[in-house]
Design a protein. Sequence first.
Length: 284
Amino acid sequence: MSWLSSVRNALSLVVPKKETPDNLWHKCKGCRQMVFTKELEENLSVCPNCDYHERIGPLARFTQLLDDGWSALPTPRTPEDPLKFRDSKRYTDRLKTARTETGEADAFINARGTIHGHRVVIGVQDFAFMGGSMGQAVGEAFIQGVEAAIADKAPYVVFTASGGARMQEGILSLMQMPRSTVAIQMLHDAGLPYIVVLTDPTSGGVMAAYAMLGDIQIAEPKALLAFTGRRVIENTIREKLPDDFQTSEYLLEHGMIDMIVHRKDLRAQLATVIGYLCGQRAAA
């Protein structure tokens, strides 16, 4: 053992090693800079350096948007593994892992409450749960949200974040596209608005279904919004696509969405939109 190692070992016995929490810092996916996790959370999970909007789950959405006193709706029960699907892992094992990591039963959670006094039902898709993939549980939760909105005579606001349909449920997952479309029509028949907030990323079957059927289409800045991947499209049409293709800004410029709203302004903007669409009715 060298003298340097002897000194190092002696010092380690005298000076206790300072423990640093693993989650003290967060590396921004936009600018790649290190940000204090606490500072990021206080800024609504938006990078204070570059304004990159990090992905957040249902609990954070409800807390940021709803007035005090909101309540989550119970998760509907659906068959766990209708096709007995297995790839490198069993589908049931993947569900267990996702539930342990997120603390949620599936990828879509509803809550009822108010925004600045306006009664509302909010549905949030959680990308952390198997990529926010759309299966039977997501379809049932979406319909549950619509039914709750009709019962409350309130608008239904949905935050989308998904890689598309859940492959482990095959055709059963694709059936949720027409089912959600019919549910939205039920909402319209009741004279209630359906508002969509597109977040990063929203793609595949979700983008082709309820994500683009809103009476008002809002998006967060620089969100990836697509039906299929850039490489697939470029190989098909054999052309180079614009750099900002499939972003919120590109969709706004081409008239596919109504507005882009920063997360810090979203609560106030939703209250304003709901006030206009519902004739300024607020909860008593």
